[in-house]
Design a protein around this ligand. Structure first.
Ligand code: FES
Length: 114
């Protein structure tokens, strides 16, 4: 508490509607995160697919987006809607990505610690 959150990314470097990958310590573990920009807001989830526990990007920070605007896991094609991170098609339909609280402060995306 009271410690500065390290910067995950520069908000302006994430394209609107696009993704970025960042590394962060979550509950003492080094984790990869999916960052998704939606207009002026940012959302984040652990970069762990609920299907088989793999990363969703095909190369670091390279995420697939479907024509419908969903995030698609590069491994077996699980498809996630981007408001709540729920799998809407594919092998883990109905399961969800694990959300991570993030915020934008002074133009930087940071972990939003309570
Ligand atoms: S690990 Fe993502 S769809 Fe299988």
């Amino acid at each position: 508490m009271g410690e500065d959150s390290p910067r995950l990314a520069a908000f302006s470097q994430i394209e609107d509607g696009g993704f970025a990958e960042a590394e962060a310590m979550i509950e003492g573990d080094a984790e990869s995160l999916i960052l998704h920009r939606d207009g002026d807001s940012i959302r984040a989830w652990l970069n762990i697919c609920p299907h088989a526990g793999r990363r969703l990007d095909w190369a670091p920070g390279q995420f697939l987006k479907s024509r419908e605007g969903h995030l698609v896991c590069a491994v077996h094609g699980a498809t996630f809607e981007l408001s709540g991170g729920v799998c809407v098609a594919g092998p883990c339909r109905g399961e969800s990505l694990r959300p991570v609280a993030v915020a934008v402060r002074d133009g930087d995306v940071v972990l939003d610690s309570p």
